[in-house]
Write a protein that binds this ligand. Sequence first.
Ligand code: F0G
Length: 372
Amino acid sequence: MNNEGSYTCECGGLLEVQFEDVDIDFKLNGRDLSVWKYRCLLPVNRDPVTLKEGGTPLYEFSRNLYVKHEGANPSGSFKDRGMTVGVTKALELGKKAVACASTGNTSASMAMYAAKANLRAYVLLPSGKVALGKVAQALMHGARVIAIRGNFDRALELVRIVCERMGFYLLNSVNPFRLEGQKTIAFEIVDEIGVPEYVILPVGNAGNISAIWKGFKELEKFGLIDDLPKMIGVQARGANPIYRAVRDGRYYIDPVKNPETVATAIRIGNPVNARKALRAIYESRGTVVEVSDEEIVNAQRELARGGIGVEPASASSLAGYRRLIEEGYLNGDEVVVCIATGHLLKDPEIVLKICGRPIEVPADFDEILKVL
Ligand code: F0G
């Protein structure tokens, strides 16, 4: 690792953890799922800082279509899987402060785990573009929250500099240890239903798709599975650099300067993990699909009406699935897992925009009757 906060190799690429000889001591028997069930494949050497993350429900939403609800993690998103490992690493390295740039969920999760570990937490957010629930979490868990007049990509550039200068431990997905925690999504899927044919998930900074692919590859490497799924990324039309790279068969992205989407969690124009994500997509013979804000909102409603409450970015996985069916890429018979990355309550404002406000009436039976 060069400097604090850079996590890059001399070639300019991001560093990655590699396991060689591991004594696998867990059984893929569908029982006791949690991030730390797979500790032998997690790179930590001390007691973990844990809030009992992972073990999230995998629902069969319709025949062969599964939804893994990462909103059921302690802070309400998949980021907790990464933070339990990343914050543990911070303690192992003797750090006193952690920091991140965030579209919201990373900051909420980091603030929560930093609080548990008694570390100072610093957060840079794109001003006005982070859903209310996430800001509330970061503030209440005691992080110093700084909103910059710029977008997420700029916030990430700046926090890398802040970490280098101040010696804070950077917990964005450039941190390879965080991604190690997130790969347990793959482990839990296999633990419960075996290897699906497709895994579909939203792509923002592109860490999660890289992490989950790494998880599947590790299970294969250690002889626990024979097949691999195809990885399908979903991007919002207004923030789609990875989609455009794959459409054009490229191994690099052209950043989107002013990304815009209702799914603020994935409002990212220059994903730092793009190279890894493209490798995951090409290697798995998957693809990337882009969806409109309208498709995202429709999928959010569809999931909610099926009993699964997610935020807009998370619904883009189902929106992507529907689009791929429409385009004939999928026929509906395949075993597919959609990752629902974050909880409905993260973004209450969008819900009020979509659903309107409650009907208000005088406190009287006849008045209530009129509106039933
Ligand atoms: N879904 C949600 C709900 C997210 O919060 C994020 C990323 C993603 C999907 C995309 O994951 O970046 O690994 O491709 N949120 C980050 C944050 C950027 O700051 O909370 P990715």
